[in-house]
Write a protein that binds this ligand. Structure first.
Ligand SMILES: *Cc1c(COP(=O)(O)O)cnc(C)c1O
Length: 391
């Protein structure tokens, strides 16, 4: 088989207990995320990092380190391999020389959710799911709808009733059944779970409640290293909701070091949230291992409107291990920075992308990020579906 997966088993992210990777699994018995593990020693012998350059320009170029067993089960819309753009004009304006934007707006359905859902849907179908279900603040629903359509699986998406209408249109156009819920994403999750209990064969793709969205998101880390000639930046600034991108990259760095592809140097991982919903920032500042639910969550950055994250301890662990921090920024500053990124670099960023620039400026002001450090901002989605926030 071409570029076979070296997946071996799953492991509880909290207790380390082993689970079978080749059946559908959600959370561990401890109620925590399951992490995919690979035979990295064998993978290291099979894959030479320099050969990757000749492979297809999607995240499937890392197939040995991804969980899908049969190449026929790779459901792809061309996700991943997004540009890492040097932001010179923006850097000059904010006084930062070595600045990059990893522009995820180029992904199918316009956000980096495509990475996670490509893997989760592929693997769900491979393991026999008959339908998929997801609670979402917006972008995950669109990506689920798209990949489920391509996989030939029915999709059921649950979003807050006040989600921007383009997310709803998108899901309907992609053939998903849309349910609008009075509440936030965790309320959507509760109702989605009740429906799953009533419908045999319907599989839950909630963030970090199945193991493979994380595997898709970790390819951000592989790409970053490959695009920087197998080095990593000094600082990575990531807008955090459920945290899969941050936790995924951290996992990718560990895997790549074990593969002998990178050395032990890691970026400081900076988690950005909105002042209106900052459970990770609050837990980080209090020195806590887990994050309490944030009451009354409000922000224009739908991807950050996540009051409680099942992977909280993994996010906090990665931030602390890396010597990074968590910081909140105002919605107003996100909106301003969306304009600044657009005007200087020609990228129409999502407010979540604007948040990363707001965080950079705040941390430069505080002296936490030095002017000579290399920084990557993650623009996790396109601004197009948030047209309502632009005056
Ligand atoms: C979902 C989302 C986020 C947050 O991603 P997590 O993996 O949940 O932390 C950030 N930005 C955008 C545009 C999103 O859709």
């Amino acid at each position: 088989m071409k570029h076979e997966s070296y997946l071996t088993h799953l492991e509880c992210g909290l207790t380390g207990k082993r689970y079978d990777a080749d059946r559908l699994q959600n959370l561990s018995t401890a109620g925590r995320p399951l992490l995919a593990r690979y035979d990295l020693a064998r993978a290291a012998r099979a894959v030479n990092r320099d050969d990757l350059a000749h492979r297809e320009e999607t995240l499937w170029r890392y197939a040995e380190l991804l969980p899908v067993r049969d190449p026929q089960n790779r459901i792809s819309l061309g996700e991943g391999c997004t540009p890492l753009l040097r932001a010179r004009a923006l850097g000059a304006e904010v006084g930062h020389e070595t600045l990059y934007i990893k522009d995820e707006s180029n992904n199918p359905t316009g956000s980096f959710k495509a990475r996670g859902l490509a893997l989760a849907v592929s693997r769900a179908r491979e393991l026999g799911a008959l339908a998929v279900s997801v609670p979402s603040a917006g972008n995950a629903a669109g990506a689920t709808a798209a990949y489920a359509a391509r996989a030939g699986l029915p999709a059921h998406v649950f979003m807050p009733r006040d989600v921007p209408e383009l997310f709803v249109h998108e899901c309907r156009a992609l053939g998903a059944e849309v349910r609008l819920i009075d509440g936030l994403i965790h309320d959507c999750g509760r109702i989605a779970a009740e429906e799953i209990a009533k419908n045999d064969g319907r599989f839950d793709l909630s963030t970090l409640k199945e193991p493979y969205r994380l595997e898709g998101k970790k390819t951000l880390g592989y790409e970053l290293a490959e695009q920087l000639q197998w080095t990593l930046p000094d600082v990575a600034i990531y807008p955090t909701g459920g945290g899969t991108g941050l936790v995924g990259m951290w996992k990718a760095f560990e895997e790549m070091e074990a593969l002998g592809w990178i050395d032990a140097k890691r970026p400081r991982m900076i988690s950005v949230q909105s002042e209106g919903c900052a459970p990770i920032v609050r837990a980080f500042e209090r020195g806590e291992e887990f994050a309490e639910l944030w009451e009354g969550a409000r922000t224009i950055a739908d991807g950050l409107r996540v009051p409680v994250a099942v992977g909280d301890f993994l996010i906090l662990h990665a931030i602390r291990e890396s010597g990074g921090c968590a910081v909140s920024v105002s919605d107003e500053s996100m909106r301003e920075e969306v304009y600044r990124i657009g005007r200087t670099e020609g990228i129409f960023a999502a407010p979540e992308g604007g948040a990363t620039l707001a965080a950079l400026r705040k941390l430069k002001g505080a002296g936490t990020i030095a002017p000579e450090e290399s920084v990557v901002l993650f623009n996790t989605g396109s601004g197009i579906k948030y047209h309502h926030i632009i005056d």
